[in-house]
Ligand binder design. Structure first.
Ligand code: SAM
Length: 279
């Protein structure tokens, strides 16, 4: 499977679902606006894709510059055009850019190449060098929306869940992603991770759960280990406490109340984690 083509195919499929995203878009946009400090002016959106989950009109009143990053440059252009910002100089597109640094290597492995130890070692080394965003790094808010699960799925499709080094690579890609987010964030700024945690495919109760019962349902599902690989919020919280390259930079971490996001016939439970850096 070609991982680049697969991301582009999914973005094309999701392109016509703007309306369905409305409640999800409102939650994500509010979370990003809430993460801004009074002096915050620059926003970086990682894996911004079609921009369906981001209200650019709202964000562009709060941020002077918004940088959009994705492997799929065409999706970003479509998203900017749909929201009427294709010619707006406040938006800067940095694409195609791979945020994990080893997407091409994963894509090669997914194309049927034998997964060799030296190829995995090469991926881990490449990931350790964070991607270069040019001279203008230093954002007041950095967001990753729906990207973590896609990065991990790249590992599932290339290395495979049964490979003995699968967890090592998943955990490396997750830590690298959090490090990248914090490295791009200015002191005092915030990195906001929004991720799906489970869907109605494995948790049909999401189809009818009351908003006020969602948190309780998710606690049960997570205790029963029913969540997307690598997204357990308790594990993320532990990682942010114990991995010193992350913990040393953080003044606080805060989970927002989870919410539901409907995508076609499937419903996802989503949570947002705001990581504030020391000033
Ligand atoms: C679930 S989508 C995010 C949805 C998007 N925020 C929207 O509203 O349309 C995940 C996005 O991550 C992008 N992506 C996947 N792997 C990536 C990588 N290694 N580097 C950068 N972007 C990546 C995909 O192209 C896709 O646009």
């Amino acid at each position: 499977m070609d991982l680049f083509q697969e991301q582009a195919r999914r973005n094309t499929e999701a392109d016509a679902t703007w309306e369905l995203y409305t409640p999800h878009r409102e939650r994500v946009t509010q979370l990003l606006l809430g993460a801004r400090t009074s002096t915050g002016e620059r926003l970086c959106l990682l894996g911004a894709g079609n921009l369906n989950d981001l209200d650019l009109a709202g964000l562009s009143t709060a941020f002077r510059e918004i940088v959009l990053v994705d492997v799929d440059a065409a999706a970003l252009q479509r998203g900017l055009t749909r929201q009427g910002f294709a010619e707006d100089a406040r938006f800067r597109v940095v694409a195609p850019t791979d945020v994990c640094g080893a997407f091409a290597e994963f894509a090669e492995m997914a194309n049927g190449q034998q997964v060799r130890d030296d190829a995995i070692n090469h991926c881990l080394r490449t990931m350790a060098q964070l991607p270069d965003f040019g001279e203008s790094v230093g954002f007041d808010v950095v967001a990753s929306v729906g990207l973590l699960t896609q990065l991990i799925e790249g590992v599932v499709r290339s290395i495979g869940e049964s490979h003995q080094r699968f967890w090592e690579v998943v955990s490396a890609i997750r830590t690298q992603h959090l490090r990248l987010m914090l490295d791009l964030t200015v002191p005092g700024g915030a990195a906001v991770l929004v991720t799906e945690v489970v869907s109605s495919d494995s948790c049909p109760a999401l189809l009818s759960v009351d908003k006020c019962e969602l948190l309780g349902l998710l606690k049960l599902e997570i205790a029963a280990r029913n969540f997307f690989t690598g997204t357990n919020p308790a594990t993320l919280q532990d990682l942010l406490r114990t991995e010193f390259t992350l913990a040393d930079q953080l003044s606080s971490t805060r989970f927002a109340e989870p919410w539901l996001w409907q995508f076609l016939s499937r419903i996802y439970a989503v949570y947002g984690l705001t990581m504030r850096k020391y000033g």
